[in-house]
Design a protein around this ligand. Structure first.
Ligand code: MLT
Length: 410
């Protein structure tokens, strides 16, 4: 009989958000009258902005005519889109990134998982705790996890706790990993790292020869002046970091699928013989072999985001979600629940009421208030005792959720 990838059998039964969806569906089936407000998975609710809708219509027309029809596109993305990204997201902000260093893809979730293809099979991984589960699960699939301990942590993975005690700032690891994942603005805590903190990380990674995988999927939510939106705002990051970006939360593309990854030309690792190898070439080889590029239609939609109207509409969408986040924060203050995040992020990280675990609070919110959150312990051991709320909803639904929370004591 053929054998399967044994590492998959080590993983817990289901992916966090699939498990939550299952529990919510069970509850809804048992209580069909309940009007559930979803503040769990970070999925956008606003429709695509007009600039994108127009571009999509036009792209369909292009695909419908023999003279303009496009089949396979360049695996790295159309040059027009890559040029717009490099210019608008980087160069106009004083960051040195070339269009050729941009790899357009179907989203940051795929890329943060797929990047493990170019890592050594025995690389040592460090992640923050709590953490976006994709970084951990994909490394377990690749055999880098070791064994799952009773506390839910993997024996070969280094965890960097982010707690109230350290102000949700991860400390540098006590022993050197090969690769560290940082996500800022953070999923799930919604916190950000200052320029000084990020400089500490870039300096450490350069000094120790560590690859920094920087997930900037939520950068467009940063509003606090001085908080970096890209790791390449930090001197020396080009030599040590790969950055992942997404249009999902920025422009409502969770269903459309579009993102990109930046791999600077200077970034090198070593092969089994100790020879230096450029990661740009490796990632290009990986993508050209396993990926045929994001769709023509999606990339046309992406280009539209960089027009003056597109930029304005994107900003309005993010301002809208940030205003929801402010409503949630005020509501939590009023009912006396401690929280962080939600100022430069769509996520608010909320302390469960005294003595309650994350899943207990999840159940209470679902059963009594018909509100779905994400239990913090699903993001790691240090997430126990918290839940995550998202601001992705209509203003009315957010106001209704807060009203429900205020109307009955917890
Ligand atoms: C989340 O809720 O953490 C996100 O929706 C997950 C994702 O972007 O894949």
């Amino acid at each position: 009989m053929f054998r399967i990838n044994h590492n998959y059998t080590l993983l817990p039964g289901s992916y966090l958000f699939s498990e939550i969806a299952r529990r919510v569906a069970d509850f809804q089936a048992a209580h069909p009258e309940a009007e559930i407000i979803k503040m769990g998975i970070g999925d956008v609710t606003r429709p695509l902005c007009p600039a994108v809708v127009d571009a999509l219509h036009q792209a369909v027309e292009e695909e419908a005519a023999a003279e303009t029809f496009c089949g396979y596109g360049p695996e790295q993305g159309y040059p027009e889109l890559r040029t717009l990204i490099a210019r608008t997201d980087y160069r106009e902000r004083g960051i040195d990134i070339d269009a050729d260093e941009i790899f357009v893809s179907d989203g940051a979730k795929s890329d943060t998982g797929n990047i493990t293809d170019i890592l050594a099979a025995d690389s040592k991984i460090a992640v923050t705790d709590p953490v976006y589960p994709v970084y951990v699960d994909t490394n377990v699939m690749g055999g880098r996890g070791g064994m799952l301990n009773a506390d839910g942590r993997w024996s070969r993975i280094t965890y960097l706790p982010c707690t109230e005690e350290n102000g949700f700032c991860p400390a540098l690891p006590a022993t050197r990993p090969d690769v560290v994942y940082l996500c800022y603005p953070n999923n799930p805590t919604g916190t950000v790292l200052s320029r000084e903190e990020l400089t500490k990380w870039v300096d450490y990674c350069r000094r120790e020869g560590v690859l920094l995988l920087f997930d900037a999927a939520y950068e467009a939510f940063v509003r606090t002046p001085g908080v970096p939106r890209s790791i390449y705002e930090i001197e020396g990051a080009r030599e040590t970091a790969i950055e992942f970006r997404s249009f999902s939360k920025t422009a409502g593309f969770t269903g459309i699928r579009l993102g990109y990854t930046v791999v600077p030309k200077e970034l090198t690792g070593v092969d089994a013989c100790g020879n230096k190898v450029g990661l740009h070439g490796l990632w290009k080889r990986r993508q050209t072999t396993k990926f045929n590029g994001a769709s023509f239609l999606t990339q046309r939609a992406g280009e539209a985001l960089y027009s003056p109207e597109g930029q304005q509409q994107v900003k309005e969408g993010i301002d809208f979600y940030l205003s929801n986040a402010a409503t949630i924060r005020e509501g939590l203050d009023a009912i006396g629940l401690r929280h962080v995040g939600g100022s430069d992020s769509p996520y608010i990280w909320v302390n469960s009421p005294e003595g309650m675990t994350s899943w207990e609070f999840f159940n209470l919110l679902l059963e009594k208030y018909h509100i779905v959150c994400t239990p913090g312990s699903g993001f790691g051991k240090a997430g126990e005792g918290y839940v995550r709320l998202t601001a992705f909803n209509s203003a009315e639904r957010v106001a209704e959720a807060i009203k429900r929370l205020k109307s009955h004591s917890l």
